[in-house]
Design a protein around this ligand. Structure first.
Ligand SMILES: NC(=O)c1ccc[n+]([C@@H]2O[C@H](COP(=O)([O-])OP(=O)(O)OC[C@H]3O[C@@H](n4cnc5c(N)ncnc54)[C@H](O)[C@@H]3O)[C@@H](O)[C@H]2O)c1
Length: 250
């Protein structure tokens, strides 16, 4: 541990799996007290016990739940310095095949949740400052024709992040807000999209221009930088973590 987050209190959503789990593990190693949240209570409780974090079951689409989570952070740890809005879902569909119900579900889980989380956190962070990271995607920046609803929801996250960064700066809140844009990270979410019989590990390595698979830890390291004091002048940016997939597609 190098203590880059020593004394900081962090909420990480979607922390029972994939990128969120990796962020929670790294934050604890760097000295933060972490409140992990997820719908998946079994894995959340297990991981929190293993790493020395606190777990609260929370549906990020529930406005009242957000108030409870922020209250728990304040009551348990006395303050809130960091929020990572990471929880999300992926539903495939192009403009002809995607259903309106899937569209609404994607917007609610991926975008509304970020609005609710930022609103609840900023209400307390505005007194002492803080750092927010919102998990977007390369799908917000480049075309993913077979993921129209997902792309739109992640585009909303990116635009919301910029608006919050500007708003907090204007109000001199000392709250920074940045978005992270991963692609091709090997997690349960993406493994499920590979055809049967294909080893996603090998497929990703073959397709990766840098000949290496993206890992949840690669994203966690970027998130750590953005919430640390080393990034004190970094606000409203879109950090791509994709092994260069984006520049290969334009
Ligand atoms: N894996 C990738 O390549 C990739 C690429 C771009 C963006 N992302 C984004 O990164 C984030 C993490 O994805 P991941 O790949 O680790 O996926 P994952 O499926 O492994 O983890 C997502 C977690 O979010 C939780 N979750 C889902 N809906 C929730 C809700 N309503 N309330 C609370 N928790 C909920 C799930 O239970 C799960 O633990 C997501 O926002 C995803 O869109 C991932």
């Amino acid at each position: 541990m190098s203590g880059r987050l020593l004394g900081k209190i962090a909420i990480v959503t979607g922390a029972a799996s994939g990128v969120g789990e990796s962020v929670a593990r790294l934050f604890v190693r760097e000295g933060a007290k972490v409140l992990m949240t997820d719908l998946n209570q079994a894995d959340g409780v297990r991981i929190a016990a293993e790493i020395g974090a606190t777990f609260v079951r929370h549906d990020v689409t529930d406005p009242a739940g957000w108030q409870q989570v922020v209250n728990t952070a304040i009551e348990t740890f006395g303050q809130l310095d960091i929020l990572v809005n990471n929880a999300g879902i992926l539903i495939a569909g192009d403009i002809e095949t995607a259903s309106y119900d899937d569209w609404k579900r994607l917007m609610t889980v991926n975008a509304d949740s970020v609005f609710l989380g930022c609103k609840a956190a900023i209400a307390v962070m505005k007194k002492q400052g803080g750092a927010i990271v919102n998990m977007s995607s390369i799908a917000a920046l480049a075309a993913k024709e077979d993921y129209v609803g997902y792309s739109a929801s992640k585009g909303a996250v990116a635009a919301l992040t910029r608006a919050i960064a500007a708003d907090c700066r204007l109000k001199r809140y000392r709250i920074r807000c940045n978005s992270v844009h991963p692609d091709g990270i090997l997690t349960p979410m993406t493994r499920a999209t590979y055809p049967k019989g294909i080893d996603p590990e090998m497929l990703t390595i073959d397709q990766d221009p840098m000949n290496r698979a993206c890992r949840p830890e690669d994203v966690a390291n970027g998130v750590l930088y953005l919430v640390s004091d080393e990034a004190r002048a970094v606000n409203g940016i879109e950090l791509r973590i994709d092994s260069g997939q984006f520049v290969m597609s334009i």
